[in-house]
Design a protein around this ligand. Structure first.
Ligand SMILES: [Zn+2]
Length: 269
């Protein structure tokens, strides 16, 4: 976060997938750094059962009282609502790993049609304006019919980003993944390590790519590469033969969530 200048005070919610060390051991450091930096805003953490105990224990045995409040939400099931504001909703997605593990679905909410203020006639009531926002045509007080497209613009199709955490590739069809705009999926191994992937409940690059293809995902980001791969271009190559719009997760890089209308070409990044 320091290296990439992510501002601490912009972080209000943290989602932890599971309790393997490479996925959460930095959390306590972050919690104490927030404290030392004088944070007073509440912090919301969602994670699997046990994480609350780990945090409390570390605070207890270091006799620490934070300047801010932590609200912990235990993730216990698939499809659990973890966060919601007027723009997005975050829900859990159950993974298939060695210990309880959840991915996260970040879904934009459906917005309403937007009224073009300059074109709005004075002959419309408040109720008719609401109808315009719902995408309906309206008849004004003079009996004139206005097509919705004359007075309003339709909203963009809501986008969906899915962070699939550590997992054996899910064999069942997952409705929530269908048509998602951006999918992050682990690709710990390549094909020749198939047996190891199965034994450790991880996925290969091909499996992740075929999963994306099967669910008509628009773009795939692969990550969580085994340290045995000094050159991860092999991982990308293997995935790309099964799903062309694949990129690698590079630390510090920013990835746009593509719109539904966008074609399948990779974003230059
Ligand atoms: Zn793991």
């Amino acid at each position: 976060m320091l290296r990439h200048q992510v501002r601490y005070n912009r972080i209000n919610h943290i989602f932890i997938s599971h309790l393997h060390g490479d996925h959460y051991l930095g959390l306590m450091g972050l919690i104490f750094t927030f404290h030392l930096q004088g944070r007073t805003d509440d912090l919301y953490i969602s994670g699997p059962s046990g994480l609350d105990e780990i945090i409390s224990l570390q605070l207890k045995h270091s006799d620490s009282v934070l300047n801010y409040q932590i609200h912990f939400q235990r993730i216990v099931e698939d499809g659990q609502l973890l966060f919601e504001n007027e723009d997005i909703q975050v829900t859990s997605m159950e993974m298939n790993h060695r210990i309880p593990c959840f991915g996260f679905v970040f879904a934009e909410k459906q917005r309403r049609h937007k009224i073009i203020r300059e074109k709005l006639p004075e002959t419309l009531s408040r109720e008719q304006m609401l109808q315009l926002k719902d995408g309906l045509d309206v008849v004004d007080s003079n009996g004139k019919l206005w097509a919705n497209s004359e007075l309003a613009t339709p909203p963009l199709v809501p986008r969906k980003y899915i962070y699939a955490a550590d997992t054996r590739v899910l064999s069942k069809q997952c409705k929530v993944v269908e048509n998602c705009n951006l999918l992050y999926h682990e690709a710990t191994f390549t094909n020749e390590m198939q047996a190891r992937a199965e034994a450790t409940f991880h996925s290969t690059a091909s499996e992740a790519a075929m999963f994306a293809e099967r669910h008509h995902v628009k773009k795939l980001i692969l990550g969580h590469f085994s340290s045995r791969y000094q050159d991860v271009s092999l991982v990308l190559e293997e995935a790309s033969t099964n799903f062309s719009n694949t990129v690698l997760a590079i630390e510090g890089q920013v990835y746009e969530v593509p719109n539904g209308t966008e074609n399948h070409e990779p974003l230059a990044s």
